[in-house]
Ligand binder design. Structure first.
Ligand code: S3P
Length: 190
């Protein structure tokens, strides 16, 4: 499948895809939201927005520092405002932080912002945890410090990811490029 020029629908052999205004990637830490999101944005000729990066730019502080200074509840408030801002963009692929769907207001924002397609990148917890441990920023993810607590969060969040998503993709055996292509394929079926 190849993407068309900016703003137009990618073409498949059978039919053109009607694109939403924005594609939102959700899932636990290690799901590949940022990597897949960049690939997807580049193949569509769209803007890529990482909600964690936006809130770091706006506050001039890192996610880890924000957790330390304001606690998780304070971080979530800043995150909600960054999410609302990102959902105002069109022709954008938006990667959420893994905890965004925990907050009811965020779920409502995602559900009620017209033209928003939410994609859940799913994989089993051990796969996600291992992926995170291989990443450079493994030490700075506040909610990954205790594996047992992280796994419990994964279990609590899983139904929320499923509930808000229009598309769920299993990424365990896939490269990020394959997952990005799958997102486009699945958009054609909506
Ligand atoms: C978090 C996930 C992180 C970041 C913060 C909290 C979480 O984003 O927002 O460390 O609670 O799952 P990524 O999912 O992009 O790592």
């Amino acid at each position: 499948m190849t993407a068309g020029p900016t703003g137009s629908a990618p073409s498949t052999k059978s039919s053109p895809i009607t694109l939403p205004r924005r594609i939102v990637l959700t899932g636990f830490m290690g799901a590949g939201k940022t990597t897949v999101g960049r690939l997807l944005a580049s193949s569509l000729g769209w803007e890529f927005i990482d909600v964690d990066a936006i809130l770091e730019q706006r506050t001039g502080s890192t996610v880890a520092n924000l957790f330390e200074q304001h606690g998780e509840a304070g971080f979530r408030r800043i995150e909600s405002s960054a999410l609302a801002n990102a959902l105002g963009r069109r022709n954008a692929v938006i990667a959420l932080g893994g905890g965004v769907p925990e907050i009811l207001t965020n779920r409502l924002l995602l559900e009620q912002t017209p033209g928003t397609t939410v994609v859940f990148l799913d994989a089993p917890f051990p796969v996600l945890f291992d992926r995170c441990m291989l990443q450079e920023n493994a030490a700075v993810r506040p909610n990954l410090q205790d594996p047992a607590v992280a796994e419990q969060r994964f279990r609590q969040r899983h139904p929320l990811y499923r509930r808000i998503a229009h598309i769920r993709l299993l990424t365990e055996d896939q490269t990020s490029a394959e997952t990005a292509s799958d997102v486009l394929r699945r958009l054609a079926t909506l």
